[in-house]
Design a protein around this ligand. Structure first.
Ligand code: NAP
Length: 304
């Protein structure tokens, strides 16, 4: 038996508790991971709160990002490059109900954790990192672009902004004032979000592309600035995408190969991906309270 975060009804973070569950067994192309770090994502909170509905029975487990050690290997479990996954491997990626001591993970969703990448950082990278990679796969960015990134200090926005910078673009990022100095240190020109965003962005440069990683205001600014909808992508502005024919983020780039490359970039210091706060597994409800606050401090990771 081992411990896992569970909830048996949707609601506020206090529906979460930690209970003993049977240890999982890996099926074909699966492994069992002893999870050491599991990042929280807004998606987890949206499902837990009932904002997004899921056709899954209660009690439910929660979480899908992880970093940990492979404990058991199912038949034909290998990495994206064809090499076998072995017991004892340090991995990061996607798992089912990862806010737990142990969970099952599909081999196809795992990458080796590079030496030098702290386990807490690795544990929070999967969804945010691959969503950022996917934004740039959806609308390729290059030198000559001036990209407006909405929510640039958030987990997805921060990676997207740095990938755009590394592609040679000028990057303008919306964030609250307390995050401006940090964004500047990464080569991103910060602006406040909210009313007047289009004018603030235009004062920096001629915007040629938009990556909206929060809500709709970066998309609206793009429209106001005459950016072609084909050069705009959004990850969370579901209602706006019914009015503005911008791209919804595509899924094809969410591969373990891309995760491995991004993890290496972070291990080598080319991309910064800070963890703001860690919580022990038994404090999972407090971790989600921190995530639910209007200006979450940054990436939150549960360690076990
Ligand atoms: N479609 C997908 O596949 C996909 C994948 C991942 C995430 N998402 C969604 O994308 C969103 C961001 O995810 P995340 O993991 O990056 O979340 P996060 O780390 O919590 O970041 C959210 C950011 O939003 C910023 N923000 C708050 N109010 C804002 C406003 N009015 N205008 C602009 N920015 C504002 C915050 O910035 P300050 O702290 O500076 O205020 C914060 O940095 C969530 O809604 C999530 O569900 C979608």
């Amino acid at each position: 038996m081992s411990r896992a975060a569970l909830y048996d009804q949707v609601g506020t973070p206090d529906v979460l508790s930690v209970a003993e569950v049977p240890d999982p067994e890996p099926g074909p192309q699966e492994v069992v991971v002893r999870v050491h770090a599991a990042g929280l994502n807004p998606y987890d909170a949206k499902v837990r709160s009932g904002f997004l509905t899921l056709d899954a029975p209660f009690p439910r487990r929660i979480g899908s990002d992880l970093a940990g050690t492979v404990e058991a290997v199912g038949e034909d479990a290998h990495y994206w490059d064809g090499t076998p996954i072995e017991v004892g491997d340090e991995v990061l990626g996607r798992g089912a109900g990862s806010i737990a001591e142990r969970c099952v993970a599909q081999a196809a969703g795992l990458a080796r954790r590079p030496a030098g990448l702290p386990v807490e950082v690795a544990g929070g990278l999967n969804i945010a990192g691959l969503t950022a990679v996917s934004c740039l796969a959806t609308i390729p960015i290059g030198a000559g672009d001036t990209v407006l990134v909405g929510g640039a200090a958030g987990a997805v926005g921060l990676v997207a902004a740095q990938l755009a910078r590394d592609a040679g673009a000028t990057v303008i990022g919306t964030a609250s004032a307390s995050k401006h100095e940090f964004l500047r240190s990464l080569g991103v020109e910060p602006v406040e979000y909210g009313d007047g965003l289009a004018a603030r962005a235009a004062a920096v440069g001629t915007v040629t592309a938009v990556i909206d990683c929060h809500g709709r205001d970066a998309l609206d600014a793009g429209v106001a600035l005459g950016v072609s909808p084909d050069r705009m992508v959004a990850i969370a502005a579901y209602a706006a995408l019914r009015e503005i024919p911008a791209h919804n983020v595509e899924r094809a780039a969410r591969t373990a190969e891309n995760l491995a490359a991004l993890a290496q970039d972070i291990a080598d210091g080319r991309i910064v991906f800070p963890v703001a706060q860690t919580f022990p597994l038994e404090d999972v409800a407090a971790a989600f309270e921190a995530l639910d606050s209007p200006h979450a401090p940054g990436k939150i990771v549960v360690v076990s």
